[in-house]
Design a protein around this ligand. Structure first.
Ligand code: 5GP
Length: 262
């Protein structure tokens, strides 16, 4: 049995704990939401539970198509055991449709379908606001080597294809998403594997018919109803039965609060 140890790191949406196995850590999903480089903050009850389930589902599916990743298993509603990796300090942003920062940066209309998927690199540095960088910066500052980036690019293309199809099948457009990768020693050899989370916190997901936002933009843009939107994603992915108590309670609570306010 793996025992939970001390807190190693606390990020904006997750906490990492040591375990009795030096190669494994526990990833805890918080309810905290932040946006615009930490300038906007809130707590949204139930968000962590939904992201834990959704990320587990997506990473296990990716594992089945051969994308190695850090997930070992989900432990409970908010925690999963993951392999300890050395995170590459780059956010890999994959875009299929222009939305968010690219529309402002390049004056592109929101919702413009890109001719081909676009991969952008941002330096993972909150103090600098995760600035956009070129691939050359990665090599110049030795954040990763060419072999690693070539491998990551291949994985990203497959991940994007798989996720576009998975979401299309449940009536959702995958607009864009953020991935992180980490280094791990496997049989004495250093390999790069997928890490972090994939959830409505890290993806833009729009309903295929109505373009309704089912992701963190509901928080960023003050659209409200974040929990019902994340719940909708989880339900369409077919993963809500086991957790339905918690999420149903939260959704019921939220909707009863709303009704009272009417
Ligand atoms: P944008 O560059 O438009 O702000 O974000 C592009 C995509 O990457 C969006 O799906 C967004 O959720 C995700 N993303 C970019 N940076 C971060 C980040 O620091 N945290 C999270 N959770 N997602 C991010």
């Amino acid at each position: 049995m793996i025992k939970k140890g001390k807190k190693l790191y606390e990020g904006k949406a997750k906490i990492i704990y040591a375990t009795s196995d030096k190669n494994l850590v526990i990833q805890y999903f918080k309810d905290d939401a932040t946006a615009f480089n930490n300038q906007k903050k809130s707590t949204i009850e139930g968000k962590g539970v939904l992201n834990n389930r959704i990320s587990e589902h997506i990473l296990s599916n990716l594992s089945q198509i051969g994308i190695k990743n850090h997930l070992v298993k989900r432990l409970n509603m908010r925690e999963q055991i993951i392999k300890l990796v050395e995170i590459i300090p780059i956010e890999f942003i994959v875009r299929n449709v222009a939305s968010g920062s690219i529309t402002k940066r390049l004056g592109i209309e929101d919702g413009t379908v890109l001719k081909e998927p676009l991969l952008e690199y941002c330096l993972k540095d909150d103090a600098l606001g995760d600035p956009l960088i070129a691939e050359e910066h990665i090599y110049a500052f030795d954040w990763a080597n060419k072999k690693e980036i070539e491998k990551v690019k291949k994985m990203i293309l497959r991940i994007n294809d798989f996720m576009i199809g998975m979401f299309r099948g449940i009536g959702i457009k995958l607009i864009d998403f953020k991935l992180e990768f980490g280094r791990i020693k496997i049989n004495g050899k250093t390999e790069v594997i997928l890490a972090d989370e994939i959830s409505p916190d890290t993806c833009r997901l729009w309903d295929s018919i109505t373009d309704k936002k089912l992701d963190k933009d509901r928080f960023r843009k003050d659209l409200g109803d974040l929990i019902p939107a994340y719940t909708e994603v989880a339900k369409r992915l077919g993963i809500l039965h086991e957790q339905s108590n918690v999420t149903a309670v939260n959704v019921t609570k939220l909707s009863s609060v709303k009704k009272k306010n009417k």
